[in-house]
Design a binder for this molecule. Structure first.
Ligand code: IVH
Length: 667
């Protein structure tokens, strides 16, 4: 940008910011989020720093406003390391309070709140006051033993301080390992300078470091442990007292925790921290709120993976502004052509974002987003960042409208709409290279066959070398061929071949999901596997058979029929077979004790997870359903049942039973 262009931009930015400030402070109107205003102010300040001659005394800048890694031993947690349900507004906090008050109507509730540290959860076990084990959360039941690494942290006492009840027997301290923002920036800069892999955000760095196999490397990185829980037999306390004890025993706590006896106070406190939290040394995305009385907290129980007695409040999604450098079309596995904006890199909620989805052609038109536009981008949780809107007041007339292509950028086939009213354009060419690659990536992905080392880059390399042309070819790959590729060395080639070969007998449901049939998600794949038991039977199923599966309607059924009816796909299945792939057939349990009986479970059953309960039901020939419907035999109430569920049960004549009765039935 030259000075003349900068001058124009500066003028527009000032106008927009001043307008925002006037409306905000004088008219009590909000034209944009604070984050967006900050981002624009930042751009203005940068331009003024670059061209000091453009600074004027009236510029707005001149006023001062107010899962589980390999290589570690697995350890079973004595009590599960749960996660928390998120709430995103005051209203949702209040709903949570109403829910728990219903369960314990006679109790006077106190709320304990602490800042939510954005790091990785860790459990420390002390025997007779001496640290014997440090473990990650893992899958909540089983974590990784990272004792040697944990021992390098100065904030982890190797022996509990002082003589107390905790010097005898087993004591477990739980908390979060973080790296301070400042340290993260320094370390990342150093990694970059040394040509090493950098990390996207502090949490990734902390988590990546704890999983290093070499404790010396961990010792060289300044990680800090903050405690939030203390478990010791016979120790009854409030969460507040837990924190006091933790400090006495030698642990750091966040320093932000407080107790409230009403929700108003709690909400005010959270609002106060909304901005102030930026000044904290560590990243945080919200607050943890728990029922202060631990006995009550325990009594409220667990739903799924989270305790009823606590929630995590998340501050609103972070927004920022940046410029659209270009727009390209990404072709998905099913041919969908998604426009993606290439952005000037911008920091959003702690990560650098350089791409954001524009969803589809209609959205670009509706929002009138042009190449060169300044746009608001937003990221919420783990969702892909999206372009919210363009700031038209900042246009310089050099912006270009985006012409949605009529042909697939990968294979030049004409894009089509499957139905006229559909928003998405698709590449109909099944052999489009982008689609082939994405199909194979999907096949190997986590939720599907979960083949280690088969990410995008490796799939692309194998395709390019013509070693594979579909997912079935993976199973005929040879070590020597892989070794020939530039990306692979001896160990990595061997690992890849082994990882593939380990997935020759996948569970049928995973295999069905991995095939990537449109409309068939993970749950539908499970339902199909349970109904048809073998891939051959599924392949031969007709419309009527498919419609018998609970939850499958015309659209899904048609999609399945189309997939299996395609001769290319039949060839693919034959190739899998030829290459030794045999999905595990689902055991036939007809004639089982629970044949014809169906269950829905709400809440939790002590001593078993939902999945375990579901497996048990299926093993006995029964059906496990996700919601009460026509023909549901039993609704198992693990804890309190919501009104809407009870109503449905009544409507369908479903019998509501408690945990004990359920256990008796499946015994
Ligand atoms: S209390 C049932 N306090 O947030 C777990 N957790 O989503 C209750 N976390 O896995 C834990 N800061 O790793 C608690 N001050 C804090 C926390 C905190 C971060 C993490 C923790 C947990 C996750 C829950």
């Amino acid at each position: 940008m030259n000075i003349a262009q900068a001058e124009k931009r500066v003028a527009k930015l000032r106008e927009l910011i001043n307008d925002y400030r006037y409306k905000y402070h004088v008219l009590d109107e909000s034209t944009m989020s604070e984050a967006v205003a900050d981002s624009l102010k930042h751009e203005l300040a940068e331009l003024e720093a670059k061209y000091p001659e453009l600074v004027t005394p009236d510029s707005p800048t001149q006023s001062i406003p107010g899962e589980i890694a390999k290589g570690f031993k697995k350890v079973q947690h004595q009590t599960r390391m749960l996660s928390l349900n998120d709430v995103f507004s005051k209203e949702e906090i209040e709903n949570w309070v109403v829910r728990i008050k219903k369960l314990v109507p006679d109790e006077k509730l106190e709320y304990f709140s602490d800042i939510k540290l954005d790091g990785l959860a860790c459990s420390l076990v002390y025997e007779d006051g001496v640290l014997v084990r440090g473990a990650t959360r893992g899958d909540s039941f089983v974590g990784e033993d990272v004792t040697s690494n944990i021992k390098t942290l100065e904030s982890v006492p190797l022996r509990l301080r002082g003589a107390s009840d905790f010097s005898k027997g087993r004591t477990e301290v739980r908390g979060e390992i973080v790296i301070f923002k400042e340290e993260f920036t320094k370390l990342n800069a150093k990694l970059e300078k040394d040509g090493l892999k950098t990390y996207a955000n502090p949490r990734n760095l902390a988590a990546g470091t704890i999983r290093q196999l070499d404790p010396k490397l961990v010792a060289a990185r300044p990680l800090t442990f903050f405690a939030y829980d203390l478990i010791h037999e016979g120790f009854d306390a409030t969460h507040e007292q837990v924190y006091t004890s933790l400090n006495k025993l030698g642990f750091k706590t966040s320093g932000v925790h407080r107790v409230f006896n009403n929700v108003d106070g709690l909400e005010k406190y959270i609002s106060q921290w909304a901005d102030k939290r930026q000044e904290l040394k560590f990243n945080t995305d919200g607050f943890v709120i728990k029922v202060n009385d631990r006995e009550l907290y325990e009594k409220l129980g667990v739903v799924g993976k989270a305790p009823r007695g606590a929630v995590a409040y998340k501050y609103p999604a972070e927004q920022s502004t940046t410029k659209v450098r270009d727009i390209f079309i990404s072709i998905g596995r099913t041919g969908s052509a998604t426009p993606v904006a290439i952005l000037e890199p911008v920091n959003l909620a702690g990560t650098t974002v350089s791409m954001a989805t524009l969803h589809n052609a209609g959205e670009i038109k509706r929002k009138d987003i042009r190449v060169g536009d300044t746009v608001i981008v937003e990221k919420a949780g783990d969702i892909i960042p999206a372009v919210v809107e363009s700031l038209k007041d900042l246009r310089s007339d050099n912006e270009e409208e985006f012409k949605f292509p009529t042909k697939c950028p990968e294979c030049n086939t004409d894009l089509v709409k499957l139905k006229e009213d559909e928003a998405v354009w698709r590449c109909p060419n099944n052999s489009c290279p982008a689609r082939v690659s994405k199909r194979i990536q999907h096949f190997a992905s986590r939720g599907a066959l979960d083949i280690d080392g088969m990410g995008e880059k490796n799939v692309e390399a194998l395709l390019e070398a013509k070693l594979i042309s579909d997912s079935a070819d993976l199973y005929s790959l040879k070590y020597e061929d892989v070794l020939d590729l530039e990306r692979f060395a001896e160990t990595s080639s061997k690992n890849l071949i082994e990882a593939i070969s380990a997935k020759k007998n996948p569970p049928l449901a995973k295999f069905i999901y991995a095939l990537g049939v449109r409309q068939v998600g993970a749950q539908t794949a499970i339902d199909l596997a349970n109904k048809f038991k073998t891939i051959d039977k599924l392949s031969e199923a007709n419309l009527e058979d498919l419609l018998e599966v609970e939850g499958i309607g015309e659209v899904v059924a048609e999609s399945i029929l189309t997939w299996f009816g395609d001769p290319d796909n039949q060839k693919l299945l034959e190739k899998f077979y030829k290459n030794g792939v045999r999905p595990e057939n689902v055991e036939d349990v007809s004639g089982g004790k629970l044949e014809g009986i169906s269950f829905v479970i709400t809440g939790s059953i002590s001593g078993m997870s939902r999945e375990e309960a579901a497996d048990r039901i299926r093993a006995l020939g029964g059906t496990f359903q996700s919601s009460v419907g026509k023909g549901t035999t039993y609704l198992v109430a693990g804890g309190a049942v919501g009104e809407s569920k009870l109503k449905k049960a009544e409507q369908y004549g479903t019998k509501v039973i408690d945990e004990e009765e359920f256990i008796n039935i499946i015994k």
